[in-house]
Design a protein. Structure first.
Length: 123
């Protein structure tokens, strides 16, 4: 059976001046400006590590686990689509710093939804 839907390589995609191009630029700027310390604050605090920066609010008041995988994935996809090494570097720093918060047994203490979003992208 052939897949009906499949992902594609974002390299070489060019958007012409349009609202879509503006949206991608705005998304890139937003993702690039996200505070790494805020995204990692809850993970670090739970691990008993220094947690500089401000804690996030709302759904992420304990940890950013509910959005962490989506943020890292967004950085990686935008980094590829825009050929932007700064976004790839930010994604790599986030994953590395997150891994440092895991206990020796590897238990991430995440809900299923959070774990699935973090791990479906094979970071």
């Amino acid at each position: 059976m052939q897949d009906k839907l499949a992902g594609f390589d974002h390299r070489g995609v060019t958007l012409l001046p349009s609202r879509w191009q503006r949206q991608v630029t705005q998304a890139r700027d937003l993702y690039a400006a996200l505070s790494e310390d805020a995204l990692l604050h809850g993970f670090r605090a739970q691990a008993g590590l220094p947690a500089p920066g401000l804690a996030m609010a709302g759904w992420c008041s304990t940890t950013s686990s509910v959005i962490f995988g989506q943020i890292v994935s967004g950085l990686a996809v935008l980094g590829t689509a825009l050929d932007d090494p700064t976004l790839h570097a930010k994604a790599a720093r986030l994953v590395t710093a997150y891994a440092e918060t895991l206990p020796p047994d590897g238990n991430a203490h995440m809900q299923l939804y959070d774990w699935d979003n973090t791990n479906r992208h094979n970071f």
